[in-house]
Design a protein around this ligand. Sequence first.
Ligand SMILES: Nc1ncnc2c1ncn2[C@@H]1O[C@H](COP(=O)(O)OP(=O)(O)OP(=O)(O)O)[C@@H](O)[C@H]1O
Ligand SMILES: [Mg+2]
Length: 373
Amino acid sequence: MIVKYIKLNNYRNFNEIDIELNDKLNIFIGNNAQGKTNLLESIYISSIGRTFRTNKEEDLIKFGSKKSIVDLTITKKNRIKKIRIELEKSKKKVVKINDIRLEKNNDLIGILNNVIFTPDDLKLIKGSPSERRKLLNIIISQIKPNYKYLLKNYKKVIIQRNNILRNINNKNFNREVLEIWNNYLVNIGTDILEYRKEYFKSLKKYSKEIYSNISQNNEILDIEYKSSLGIVEKLNREQTKEIFNKKIKKNLDKEIYKGITLFGPHRDDLIIKINKKECKSFGSQGQQRSAALSLKLSEIEIIKNEIGEYPILLLDDVLSELDNNRKKYLLSYINKLQTIITSTNDIDLNNIIKEKNKKIFHVKNGQIDNNKE
Ligand SMILES: Nc1ncnc2c1ncn2[C@@H]1O[C@H](COP(=O)(O)OP(=O)(O)OP(=O)(O)O)[C@@H](O)[C@H]1O
Ligand SMILES: [Mg+2]
């Protein structure tokens, strides 16, 4: 999968941008606050439909403008596709594929697959469980549209169920009203868990391999799926449901007292260990970065495995954070897919990237110079 052209109109700090990307390596160099991350973000939203930086879509429209357009031309399985996102103040976002408007904007997901790695991804290791659940959620949503739908419904169920739990406690609602929500919780929750179990297996396998390579076979990375239901890895769907139902029954008083749903995939976590010690608490800065990188590169392999093509890799300002061994590993790894790197550092990059098949862009105050090396 390749992004061939990017055209931006009044997007963030860009007026008009029209660039052709290289099929392999693309490097965007520029000082701080020039538009490098904005450019990556435009590719990201053409893939996922929303940004990784803000919840307010209006933020993407250039200050002082009414409308913003992102146009991407991609090739997927050797066929050309055009993705267009139109954002207008106080209007619903318009998403078009090959000039035809999508009825449901969510249908965009899966057309252009991307994996993004930023310095913020250290949160995968150091952050709360929700960061690690998000990793699995993003991977699976990109390849199984049904999963995204399940997540959306599950979220609604949790909100409703929590409301009822609180009402039972505060307003003496009858416990029977919970029954239907318990059923939803268990059914949708188990479906989510089944997907997670499947893709967790791949994540575990790839991240172990990749980490072993990064550490030159000196260290072992291992991840475990920690479910709020107990050990579920080897259970089938029916067994999982049974355990889920038992947990709810047994802990209902506690849930009513606290007013929240205490069991289900929304409470799960991944435990990441290096040489059997939990990376979050015992890993050095470098080990944590390598572990985060391994998880992200595994995401690439899982997508490739599933759809038969490599996704686009977006690397926002991560090279300067890595030591030379890790930089070298990463740069040899990215040979096989289209990569878009941003960096503030000219000299360092030119020293490391001897790769001939590349295109360098200079970003300055919302302008992009092509091919100036
Ligand atoms: N809607 C908008 N309209 C105009 N400018 C915007 C808008 N949103 C953000 N900007 C500006 O875009 C500029 C560039 O942002 P960006 O995050 O792309 O910088 P960068 O080149 O990645 O910098 P850094 O190296 O610091 O990460 C910022 O100064 C920001 O104020
Ligand atoms: Mg940036």
